[in-house]
Design a protein around this ligand. Structure first.
Ligand code: NAP
Ligand code: ZN
Length: 355
């Protein structure tokens, strides 16, 4: 076993704290990575606070990992010690079902293995995520960080980036399309940058008036205060596509009403309790669709990283020390994130001294 150290939630009510644990020994197809940065996704908070079913504790969250390869197994040819790499939300899948064959490991018919909240096939033990010093991952699930990228700003691409890139790309967002992004947080701000880079006209729907200026700076043509019924009414029937990233249950009808005929709204937020059901009339009279999307496949994640490198897209981040994770969660709950917290893993040693 390889000794590892990180921060874990011991129970849904406890703050995260120092935690020593084991990673599996390096297998022939494994890559060992010393973690440099890990982004803080709202999913980490949902999981650490036990808001989702099936969370086992202790839990080391974190699935926006950037680090440096320290060792590779005998049968690994794509990576070598010293390479800068990323790991996102998945560390394994069956690699045999039709979805895996299509490069859609996130829809693996037997279920992908999550970077945390998963069960490792090699050991039968729970997986632990990126709020830690090192990780061992099967090489097929390791991404190459394109040369020249700012590493801390690249970390959020591994979840927030791919989760927004995948639906934007699948529903063919591009020039001539008017695209709405609901919620300007980690996912939302990436959606704005990516949709803009794809050539679309982007409009942000936000509950936070103080984010209007930022929305424009990030690439939006305008920002609409979604709590203002008059402002929402003015947008009725004007959108080809809306990506809804909100992490809490809310009324979907005002957003569905903003879609054109045949428009699509895709939900990527995963609130702890369901949204109120949409009004059927809002769907049938304009043949609108309501859909969902889950992260993205491994090949698509590499495509997204390369797209971001070409277009100069990276996350807007606030770098935090590991020990400030609970404060970051509290700020996230208030929508006070500009626009992704990223943990500097060099600060983990402070926690180790305290442990
Ligand atoms: P985040 O940074 O906290 O952003 C969420 C944004 O939603 C907030 O900044 C806020 O923007 C808006 N919002 C409006 N009302 C809210 C409320 N009552 N509570 C919280 N937010 C509210 O979260 P994130 O990391 O982008 O994640 C968003 C959601 O996507 C989470 O549920 C997460 O679990 C989920 N997720 C899904 C996938 C997937 O594969 N489908 C992948 C990653 C994450 P405004 O201030 O602009 O209103
Ligand atoms: Zn995430």
């Amino acid at each position: 076993m390889i000794r590892a150290f990180g921060y874990a939630a011991q129970s849904p009510a406890a703050p995260l704290g120092p935690y020593a644990f084991d990673r599996r020994d390096l297998g022939p197809k494994d890559v060992q990575i010393e973690i440099l940065y890990c982004g803080v996704c709202h999913s980490d908070l949902h999981a650490a606070r036990g808001e989702w079913e099936g969370v086992a504790f202790p839990l080391v969250p974190g699935h926006e990992i950037v680090g440096r390869v320290s060792a590779v197994g005998a049968r690994v040819s794509r990576f070598k010690a010293g390479d800068l790499v990323g790991v996102g939300c998945m560390v394994d899948s069956c690699q045999a079902c039709p979805s895996c064959a299509d490069g859609l490991e996130q829809y693996c018919e037997t279920g992908f293995v999550g970077t945390y909240m998963g069960v490792e096939a090699e050991t039968g033990r729970p997986t632990n995520g990126g709020y830690s010093d090192r990780i061992v991952v099967k090489d097929d699930f390791v991404l190459k960080i394109p040369e020249g990228m700012d590493l801390a700003r690249a970390a959020p691409l591994l979840c927030a980036g791919i989760t927004t890139y995948s639906p934007l790309s699948w529903w063919e967002v591009g020039p001539g399309k008017r695209v709405g992004v609901v919620g300007l947080g980690g996912l939302g701000h990436m959606a704005v940058k990516l949709a803009k880079a794809m050539g679309a006209e982007v409009v942000v729907f936000t509950t936070s008036p103080e984010k209007v200026e930022d929305a424009r700076r990030l690439g939006a043509a305008e920002a609409v205060i979604s709590r203002d019924p008059a402002a929402m009414a003015a947008e009725a029937g004007r959108f080809d596509f809306i990506l809804n990233t909100v992490a809490a249950p809310h009324d979907l009808d005002p957003f569905l009403g903003c879609l054109k005929r045949d428009g699509v709204m895709v939900l990527v937020g995963v609130p702890a309790t369901p949204h109120p059901s949409p009004n059927v009339a809002g769907l049938i009279f304009k043949r609108r669709s309501l859909a969902g999307s889950l992260i993205g496949g491994i090949a698509e994640t590499q495509e997204m990283l390369d797209f971001c490198a070409r277009h100069g897209v990276a996350a807007d981040i606030e770098l935090i020390p590991m020990a400030e994770i609970d404060t970051a969660y509290e700020r996230m709950l208030k929508g006070d994130v500009k626009y992704r917290f990223v943990i500097d893993m060099a600060t983990l040693k402070d926690g180790r001294a305290a442990a």
